[in-house]
Design a protein around this ligand. Structure first.
Ligand code: SAM
Length: 366
């Protein structure tokens, strides 16, 4: 039992079962024991490797996508360049290196990094250090709400999958909520089904007649964040890119625990020590952003998105200058990012923009 597991057992004894969302919130963001407060999760030595950790091309292309949008917006200053959950800062470092060709963009951009992990904030500060003096500003925040007003260029790669989800199952002709309670010994965490809590209001009306055994996963936190970002963009202009692993409204329970790049059998076994994530429901995010007044694009597969941004040309340019084994490494990274058996189609991208304003590149797929 981990220290956080012991804390959760005590909490459940006093308060009763937790929703999956409350369990995820505690496991990931508990102020002292939560996974994202304490762990060094990202990278080859961590629990998972993300696209910007696989290749510099990922962050470079996203940086250039932001620069291109800023140019077509009429070069507003200041513009809020925001990354949600920047990990070790690989994406933002590569984005800033690629966009230093336009010093005016760096001068107009105030950088806002939304991050709750102190060790990762230190890594991010090192990644942006070479560019920091030329930026319009640079600040860290605990949440998106703290980003100051103004036009936004926002990027979130593998951030929404860390937001808490509720899980529901159809049983006995009614929806029940999957919760975390205690096993018969009263000592260990165990899944159970209970009467649904307030999040049941988010269940779509159509599945009221869903067959027995149907399941559904809903992230009110993700929907609320998409709503807030989209409102900002509809009001002040800009664009948001959300890239993640996910689906378009499929009825699944996808909560998973990952440690050292392997999926754990029991997501309840080691809270605080394992990464927990759930597939992003892109259909819900697009719906929420549209209702908040933004224009939306996607989802498109990560492969289509990166190809539309020119990743193959970038890989060829890098390969031309490559020495020794570098060319092979570039080819391997390209394969990992684009191949459907790797990240190519499981990962998808969506964008929000201001209606009537310019759209982020990467979505006009042939
Ligand atoms: C899966 S990692 C992705 C890292 C990075 N975007 C990448 O692609 O390498 C999730 C990131 O979001 C941060 N994070 C997770 N939950 C958060 C929260 N509720 N508020 C702010 N940051 C959070 C983590 O510390 C980490 O930097």
């Amino acid at each position: 039992m981990t220290p956080l597991g012991a804390h959760l057992v005590r909490r459940i004894r006093i308060e009763g079962p937790l929703s999956i969302a409350d369990f995820m919130t505690e496991a990931l963001t508990h102020p002292t024991l939560g996974y994202y407060r304490t762990a060094a999760p990202v990278g080859a030595g961590g629990d998972f490797i993300t696209a910007p950790e696989i290749s510099q091309m990922f962050g470079e292309l996203i940086g250039l996508c932001c620069l291109d949008l800023w140019e077509r917006m009429g070069r507003p200053a200041p513009v809020r360049l925001v990354e949600l959950g920047p990990g070790r800062g690989a994406l933002i470092g590569d984005a800033l290196r690629a966009t230093r060709i336009r010093p005016e963009f760096h001068a107009a951009a105030t950088l806002h990094l939304v991050e709750i992990n102190p060790a990762l904030r230190t890594d991010q500060a090192a990644a942006v250090a070479p560019y920091r003096d030329r930026l319009g500003g640079c600040a860290w925040h605990d949440g998106f709400a703290a980003v100051p007003p103004g036009p936004l260029l926002l990027v979130a790669n593998e951030f929404f999958d860390a937001l808490p989800v509720h899980q529901f199952a159809r049983q006995g002709g009614a929806w029940r909520e999957r919760v975390v309670g205690l096993d018969p010994s009263g000592e260990r965490l165990a899944f159970a089904l209970a009467a649904p809590g307030p999040a049941a209001a988010l269940l779509p009306s159509a599945p009221a007649t869903a067959p027995e055994g149907s399941v559904i996963e809903i992230s009110p936190a993700g929907i609320a964040l998409a709503d807030r970002i989209a409102r900002r963009i509809a009001d002040a202009g800009g664009g948001a890119l959300v890239i993640d692993y996910g689906h378009a409204g499929e009825p699944i329970w996808s909560l998973q625990a990952v440690r050292r790049q392997k999926r754990e059998r029991d997501p309840l076994a080691e809270p605080g020590l394992v990464d927990l994530s759930a597939q992003v429901d892109f259909a819900r995010l697009v719906e929420a952003a549209g209702q908040a007044g933004a224009a939306t694009q996607g989802p498109v597969s990560q492969r289509d998105f990166l190809e539309a941004l020119g990743i193959r040309a970038r890989a060829a340019a890098l390969a031309e200058r490559a020495r020794g084994d570098q060319a092979k490494a570039i080819e391997a990274a390209l394969h990992r990012l684009l191949d459907p058996a790797e990240m190519g189609t499981l990962f998808q991208a969506i964008a929000f923009a201001r209606p009537g304003g310019p759209d982020p590149a990467g979505f006009a797929i042939r």
